[in-house]
Ligand binder design. Structure first.
Ligand code: NAD
Length: 482
């Protein structure tokens, strides 16, 4: 059921939510619709004072929230899921305007956020019992950390915010959430919509720029930062958090390899590989970003991918025919274009049509395949986070494993083969937090998700991820005083 109509983002006055109340700001951030390059809304820009109010509210609310039993916390957090479902149309339309993705994919994002919430709340939170070295029982309780600062990027505003909220609230923490200044609309609106349903102060949502993120990471009133974003910013967060020894979970960038052996049908798997590389116009942390294809099927797979790229409709996410939307912002658009120019200069063979979308303002780019590249070119070595995929050739299994692992990134990886024993063997040797066989982008909230090497620190999802929001508290057996 949809309870509300889609607000006109240019007239709706977006506000921060602090202590359960709407808080406006004097200066405002302009939000650009990437399909048009024009301002589609403004949001209040949180100041250091707003952050202090939000942290104070979260701190005040935390003991009472933690004192509720888990079932009651689960019920209340579940109300956020209900809001996502009831307002899915409104939120999806805001995602289209601020992020650029096609409406159907925006609906997917809202639905996925609601599903992740439901599945996370189904994970049993429990204390443990163990024995010490003398075989005496020890109870291990898991207690909330306090206040969690959640910081999100612009590629999946709700899918990367809602699980952070759920991890934190379900485990008895309270939250200050900051969306990306590029995509604050759906997140702020969610904050407004859930405010009347939640105890005041447990979820504060403030829009702010990078400075507010830095202040959150330094703030002694925040006990943990749950961050998703680039490797570079992740390092800043780690540095800022050091002064207070804050707990941190960092979900960072990737340069995921997919390795395709010659026993698969290239035409048959091309659509799956294309989706794994170009969903959300390549702006997914664990998208396929380097494709290694056995030399025997190399050309056939390049051509099959190029054929899909050529017929893919790219445009404004609000247009019904659009299958892919624009790159989300000008900085990223310029970066992807520069990687493409560099790849061309390095001898890359660009397949899939012109990169420009005729007659479309904003930051639309057509999906492109770049063949004949080698390691040592920027498009292969760096994270492109956009709709350009380098395809490399290999002939030897050991060699391709070495090449796939020769990177500072380690988020995800995949192996594609009918020979499952071989695929398993290769998967076991890939240095990544998640590895898939014959698919990619397959995270599941029941399984820990975190990056290896520079792709992350800690993990989220599953009981293990939830416990990253808690402190183990071991209570040893009494020793006799006699
Ligand atoms: P970003 O690092 O530029 O920004 C992310 C967030 O950090 C924003 O809210 C920003 O305002 C804030 N921020 C900026 N400087 C800060 C600082 N000094 N201290 C604290 N916060 C600060 O990332 P982005 O460009 O928004 O997102 C794209 C990146 O995110 C890509 O590298 C992508 O791979 C990565 N990503 C990772 C995952 C994952 O789960 N591993 C998921 C999605 C995106």
């Amino acid at each position: 059921m949809t309870l509300s109509t889609t607000p006109d983002s240019s007239t709706h006055r977006f506000v921060n939510t602090i202590n359960g109340r709407a808080v406006d700001g004097e200066s405002r951030i302009e939000v650009i619709n990437p399909a048009t390059g024009r301002v589609c809304a403004t949001v209040p820009e949180a100041t250091a004072e707003h952050l202090q109010l939000a942290v104070a509210a979260a701190r005040r609310a935390q003991p009472g929230w933690a004192a509720l039993d888990v079932a009651e916390r689960r019920r209340i957090v579940g109300l956020i899921g209900q809001v996502l479902t009831d307002h899915r149309s409104e939120l999806a339309n805001l995602l289209v305007q601020e992020q650029g993705k096609p409406l159907a994919r925006a609906f997917d994002e809202v639905d996925r956020a609601a599903k992740q919430l439901e599945l996370l709340l189904a994970i049993d939170l429990h204390d443990d019992e163990t024995v010490d070295s003398l075989n005496r029982p020890v109870r291990i309780q898991y207690r909330p950390l306090g206040v969690v600062g959640a910081i999100a990027p612009w590629n999946m505003p709700l899918v990367l915010s809602v699980p952070k909220i759920v991890h934190a609230l379900y485990t008895g923490n309270t939250v200050v959430l900051k969306p990306s200044p590029f995509t604050p609309l759906a997140t702020l609106r969610m904050g407004e919509l859930v405010a009347p349903l939640l105890p005041p102060g447990i979820l504060n949502v403030i829009a702010g720029g990078n400075d507010i993120g830095r202040l959150m990471s330094e703030d002694p009133g925040i006990d943990k930062i749950a961050f998703t974003g680039s490797v570079q910013t992740g390092k800043h967060v780690m540095r800022s958090a050091a002064s207070t020894l804050k707990r941190i979970t960092l979900e960072l960038g990737g340069n995921d390899p997919a390795i395709v052996f010659d026993d698969v049908d290239p035409v048959k798997i091309a659509p799956r590989l294309f989706a794994a590389a170009f969903a959300n116009s390549g702006q997914i942390c664990m998208a396929v970003k380097r494709l290694y294809v056995h030399e025997r099927i190399y050309e056939a797979l390049c051509q099959a991918l190029a054929a899909i790229a050529e017929r893919t409709v790219v445009g404004d996410g609000a247009a019904a025919q659009s299958q892919l939307g624009p790159v989300q912002n000008k900085m990223q658009f310029d970066l992807v274009r520069s990687l493409l120019d560099d790849a061309r200069a390095a001898g890359g063979r660009v397949l899939g049509g012109p990169d420009k979308v005729a007659g479309q303002p904003g930051y639309c780019m057509r999906p492109l395949i770049v063949a004949d590249l080698k390691e040592g070119t920027r498009l292969v070595d760096e994270e492109q986070f956009g709709p350009v995929l380098p395809v490399l050739s290999f002939s030897d299994t050991e060699d391709v494993i070495r090449r796939a692992n020769a990177t500072q990134f380690g988020l995800g990886a995949s192996v594609w083969s009918r020979d499952l024993a071989r695929a398993q063997h290769v998967a076991d040797r890939l240095d990544a937090g998640s590895v898939w066989i014959n698919h990619h982008i397959g995270t599941d909230v029941c399984v820990p998700f975190g990056g290896a090497k520079l792709s992350g620190f800690g993990c989220q999802y599953s009981l293990e991820g939830l416990r990253r929001f808690m402190q183990a508290h071991a209570v040893y057996s009494p020793v006799s005083l006699d």
